[in-house]
Write a protein that binds this ligand. Sequence first.
Ligand SMILES: [Zn+2]
Ligand SMILES: [Zn+2]
Ligand SMILES: [Zn+2]
Length: 105
Amino acid sequence: MDNACRHLSSVLTVTPSARGCEECLKIGSEWVHLRLCRTCGHVGCCDESPHRHATRHFHATRHPIMEGYDPPEGWGWCYVDEIMVDLPDTTPQDGPIPSFIDSAF
Ligand SMILES: [Zn+2]
Ligand SMILES: [Zn+2]
Ligand SMILES: [Zn+2]
């Protein structure tokens, strides 16, 4: 088995683009978990969310690595190799980010 991800070297220190899924905030939608693109800082929502903006972001941009982002957990996902990767660092969250579906009101 070859689990080596060649994209990890392309991971950058990024500034999150929004405090929540960028597109969901625009359309007033909800998300389950957030994913942070470690190429450009795009914040999108995970595949359990209705709109799957993180995956859409990958298909639109081919940015390979995203970080689990609510809260930052130190793991990443490579969309190209479809494997979990250990990130060299985590991106701090910019203040409390609401998680709409998870939070029992
Ligand atoms: Zn990879
Ligand atoms: Zn979204
Ligand atoms: Zn990106």
